[in-house]
Design a protein around this ligand. Structure first.
Ligand SMILES: O=C[C@H](O)[C@H](O)COP(=O)(O)O
Ligand SMILES: C=C(OP(=O)(O)O)C(=O)O
Length: 346
């Protein structure tokens, strides 16, 4: 018989069930309480019931958990200093969407060598999330593969659907069942339409194909996620953090029947992917909020121990510790200065 299926499949390795990994690498009672409380606080800030400002900050991607743990310790101390004004949530990004190809993140390739040991990646992701939580810091991530949330979402307080996937029905359906507040980014073109449509779609009940806690393919029906919002990240035609772009975004939200609340990403196309430009963008966002624009409820910064990024792939022993292998980040000293100044201004 002529073979008609799996012509392009090289391997298909079963994973442990999400329920198994959740029980093997479980959250403590204290961590569970932090996740529950921070999800409510984040939602209250985003939907303008809490006057504080939300800041999602951390590395573009986690590729070196040991250096990122040092980063998390510093961030935890800083978050305590500013907690009356700013709720800090650490970017703990394990999945990277690629424009064409490239390293797809710690879950897909934890050894950074193309061996793609996903089981190890999922376990490392859960272990790292627990470390961050044990420092008292809530966690934020981009959810990219629709099966990933089953394995890690119980340890996450805020999530994003990225610019490349806000228009995807699969991601909107997934978002409709997630238990945490979630931001949809504007499209890479700069258009807001995909994100506002996504917020509407994700707030509705949806039925779709998914995976159960036992790892069985299933028909999933969701209730709809009422805590979705817009993230402005700039686009092909330039940034969208300026006053005019934010007021246009608010008009679009209003016309779509959505609450006027935006998180503004100071990285990505809003800084032309240049870390040197990120501080001025962040300062501008904070200044707009201080000047009275209450629709700006949060911001995002890509930050690591060391500024910039480094080429990857390259021999692993030549990687500099604490420097991004994906997008450029601001360094720790700059992060600390920006956060302290923002707290003083707010
Ligand atoms: O935030 C990270 C990157 O901008 C995103 O993953 C796309 O990366 P790429 O354009 O280098 O593939
Ligand atoms: C990939 C990211 O952002 P965007 O979807 O805006 O490119 C990110 O925040 O890591």
């Amino acid at each position: 018989m002529t073979q008609l299926t799996d012509l392009n499949v090289v391997a298909n390795n079963p994973l442990p069930s999400p329920a198994f990994l959740q029980s093997e690498i479980a959250a403590t009672a204290e961590q569970t309480e932090l996740i529950d409380r921070s999800r409510r606080e984040i939602s209250d800030i985003l939907f303008r019931k809490d006057d504080r400002f939300l800041l999602v900050v951390g590395p573009c991607s986690i590729h070196d958990p040991e250096a990122c743990e040092e980063y998390a310790e510093k961030l935890a101390a800083l978050s305590q200093e500013v907690r009356d004004k700013i709720l800090i949530v650490m970017r703990v990004y394990f999945e990277k969407p690629r424009t064409t190809v490239g390293w797809k993140g710690l879950i897909m390739d934890p050894d950074l060598d193309g061996s793609d040991d996903i089981i190890k990646g999922l376990m490392e992701a859960r272990n790292f999330l627990r470390k961050v939580l044990s420092l008292g810091l809530p966690t934020a991530t981009e959810l990219l593969d629709p099966i990933t949330p089953q394995f890690i979402a119980d340890l996450i307080s805020w999530s994003a659907i990225g610019a490349r996937t806000s228009e995807s029905q699969t991601h909107r359906q997934m978002a409709s069942g997630l238990s945490m507040p979630l931001g949809f980014k504007n499209a890479t073109s700069g258009s807001l339409k995909a994100a506002t449509n996504a917020i509407k779609a994700a707030s509705q009940s949806q039925t779709f194909l998914g995976v159960s806690a036992q790892g069985i393919a299933s028909a999933v029906t969701t209730r709809g996620n009422p805590h979705c919002h817009l993230i402005l990240r700039g686009g092909e035609n330039g940034p969208n953090y300026d006053k005019a772009s934010i007021s246009r975004s608010c008009e679009v939200l209003k016309e779509s029947g959505l609450i006027e609340t935006v998180m503004v990403d100071a990285s990505h196309a809003n800084c032309g992917k240049k870390h040197e430009q990120m501080p001025a963008v962040f300062e501008n966002i904070i200044a707009q909020r201080v000047a009275g624009n209450q629709a700006i409820t949060g911001a995002m910064l890509e930050s690591h121990l060391v500024a910039g990024n480094q080429p990857f792939p390259q021999p692993l022993e030549q990687l500099s510790r604490g420097q991004s292998i994906t997008d450029e980040c601001i360094d720790w000293a700059t992060t600390e200065r920006l956060v302290r100044e923002a707290a003083a201004a707010l």
